[in-house]
Design a protein around this ligand. Structure first.
Ligand SMILES: NC(=O)c1ccc[n+]([C@@H]2O[C@H](COP(=O)([O-])OP(=O)(O)OC[C@H]3O[C@@H](n4cnc5c(N)ncnc54)[C@H](O)[C@@H]3O)[C@@H](O)[C@H]2O)c1
Ligand SMILES: O=C(O)C(=O)C[C@@H](O)[C@H](O)[C@H](O)COP(=O)(O)O
Ligand SMILES: [Zn+2]
Length: 377
């Protein structure tokens, strides 16, 4: 396990997908170099559509947009730049906002050589990514994540989309970015609640794929809470490596391998939808959902209770919720039945066997699922 002096200030994690491969560039204090990096990755750049979140427009997106506008096309003209800020929050992952983006893209004379630059958290990445995937049947896009959750998870892997009123991420497309550019400095403006929410997906990688990383998290949770820059960079790089490997093996979640990234999410998405989008943050719901999944796994005798104890302790050390008093089984179950892992009408759950290993299991008795939810109230 790397110690402080060995954690590189800049590193690249590659997502290997043949001709859709791309780099995840991770560093600190290098946003000024983003525009050159984007031009280098894309080869040609004549028109950029910067889609951002109202909360990051001034501190971060304007920097990127201004830098791009100063660049020249290969023909010597200035790069044309349009910028649109979307209202903050989960409710913006909607058909209404998508329609607003499509109209704006049309009015901005977007064509197939244009590129979408998504500057924001998971909401912007998912929404702008789907706008890029769908406009003229697909234009290039670059992810510039500004939340921890987006840096460790949503900017990588190409899942884009919007929510339906009672079904999270139900409409979307797999559409890979051309690059993911991460500067941890942009999190200097990120509120604690959002930052902590991102730690849930970090803990997820430890449970599903990487026992040594889970152990590192047990030892270093306090550093992550303090936002120690080296610890944060290490956690981001390690998370991106796990996600890149899984996505590289099963890009479209067809073999079942990618489904492991959905640990806790069958419960989490039902919590988010039944609470009302944005009331419980995605990461908070994932923390609670992982607790429900671990309880289910224990009930099915697939794992030892020690796993739940360690997971609970780590989530608490990360200041994440481990229970959800408002859990309403009757409201959650119908939403869970619309989960994208449902197969032939059967719910399937990602369940832990031990730290670092999970399995995808179906045909589980309803009573077990109900007990797992109730155990977390
Ligand atoms: N596509 C995927 O693979 C994937 C993976 C995980 C999560 N997601 C999705 O991501 C979304 C959650 O993402 P999120 O947690 O980033 O939420 P978010 O995008 O809503 O951002 C969280 C909050 O932080 C603000 N914000 C963002 N960056 C900021 C910054 N640097 N400074 C100040 N404020 C900032 C936003 O305005 C928002 O209020 C959910 O919709 C979830 O479903 C997608
Ligand atoms: O990338 C994936 O695959 C994931 O499952 C990552 C999850 O953290 C993420 O929340 C994803 O959006 C959930 O996907 P869904 O297919 O269940 O909507
Ligand atoms: Zn998630």
């Amino acid at each position: 396990m790397l110690s402080g002096s060995q954690i590189p200030k800049r590193q690249t994690v590659e997502v290997s997908l043949g001709d859709r491969s791309y780099p995840i560039e991770i560093g600190t204090d290098w946003i000024e170099q983003f525009c050159d990096t984007i031009a280098g990755v894309l080869g040609d750049l004549s028109h950029a559509l910067v889609i951002t979140d109202a909360a990051v427009e001034t501190p971060w997106a304007m920097k990127v947009a201004t830098g791009l506008a100063k660049m020249n096309t290969t023909g010597g003209d200035s790069v044309r730049v349009n910028l649109l800020a979307v209202p903050s929050g989960e409710t913006s992952k909607s058909l209404t906002q998508l329609d607003t983006l499509w109209q704006w893209m049309l009015e901005s004379s977007t064509d197939r050589r244009s590129v979408v630059i998504a500057v924001g958290g998971g909401v912007i990445g998912d929404l702008a990514g789907f706008a890029a995937a769908s406009f003229t049947r697909g234009i290039r896009f670059v992810q510039i994540p500004t939340t921890l959750l987006a840096m460790v998870d949503s900017s990588v892997g190409g899942k884009t989309g919007i929510n339906l009123p009672t079904a999270k991420n139900m409409v979307g497309a797999f559409w890979q970015p051309a690059a993911v550019l991460i500067d941890t400095t942009v999190m200097s403006t990120l509120p604690d609640r959002s930052y902590i929410s991102g730690l849930a997906e970090v803990v997820k990688y430890g449970v599903i794929d990487d026992a040594p990383f889970f152990e590192w998290l047990e030892l270093n949770a306090s550093k992550l809470i303090e936002r120690d820059d080296e610890a944060v960079r290490y956690a981001i790089a390690q998370s991106c490596r796990s996600k890149a490997n899984v996505v590289g093996e099963d890009e479209r979640e067809t073999s079942g391998r990618r489904a492991i990234l959905n640990y806790g999410h069958t419960f989490a998405h039902a919590i988010e939808a039944t609470a009302g989008y944005g009331e419980v943050l995605h990461g908070e719901a994932v923390a609670i959902g992982m607790q429900m999944a671990a309880n289910l796994s224990i009930e099915l005798k697939l794992c030892d209770p020690d796993l739940l104890q360690r997971q609970t302790a780590l989530l608490k050390a990360c200041q994440l919720p481990t229970t959800y008093a408002a859990a309403d089984v009757n409201a959650m179950l119908p939403v869970m039945k619309r989960d994208k892992k449902v197969s032939h009408g059967n719910l399937r759950f990602v369940l832990p066997e031990r730290i670092g290993s999970v399995m995808l299991l179906g045909e589980i008795e309803g009573s077990g699922v109900i007990h797992a939810i109730e155990a977390c109230r």
